[in-house]
Design a protein around this ligand. Structure first.
Ligand code: SF4
Length: 139
């Protein structure tokens, strides 16, 4: 099986704070499948580390109030290009991220509250017919 994965889940230090979200289930998937890594925020041109971002009224903003929607959407478009080319059977994404979250994301108030809805990359991938799953929902 071919699987596309949020790069931070494999231990790559591409998370906003310079760390990662290394996940043992994902590492096991990597042993048994062909895995393609993407980090939409880095692919959109944002640095690491970077200021935390959330989707506020449909637009991605940093915690300090700077608009980064263009970078987030550019990264999402690049991930879609990769998916179109590679045709993964499944896409496993980091939960709650403003880019990668599938079922939920932070609500735009930078207070740790969650709301229903996807990050911009997950949303674009699903709109184009790709099967996405939050890493927390991996069996
Ligand atoms: S954009 Fe996605 S892959 Fe990149 S660090 Fe955030 S959750 Fe991980």
């Amino acid at each position: 099986m071919k699987i596309m994965v949020s790069a931070c889940l494999t231990g790559e230090n591409c998370k906003y704070n310079g760390g990662n979200n290394r996940n043992e289930k994902v590492l096991r998937l990597m042993e048994e499948n062909e895995v393609i890594l993407v980090c939409p925020e880095q692919m959109g041109g944002l640095p690491t580390p970077r200021t935390p971002c959330e989707i506020c009224n449909g637009v991605v903003m940093t915690k300090e109030g700077r608009g980064v929607d263009q970078e987030f959407r550019a990264g999402a478009a690049k991930c879609l290009d990769v998916a179109m080319r590679e045709q993964p059977d499944l896409i496993v994404l980091q939960s709650r991220s403003p880019s990668c979250g599938v079922k939920q994301r932070y609500d735009g108030t930078f207070s740790g509250k969650l709301t229903e809805g996807s990050g911009v990359t997950a949303e674009l991938l699903m709109k184009n017919g790709f099967q996405c799953i939050d890493v927390e929902d991996l069996p």
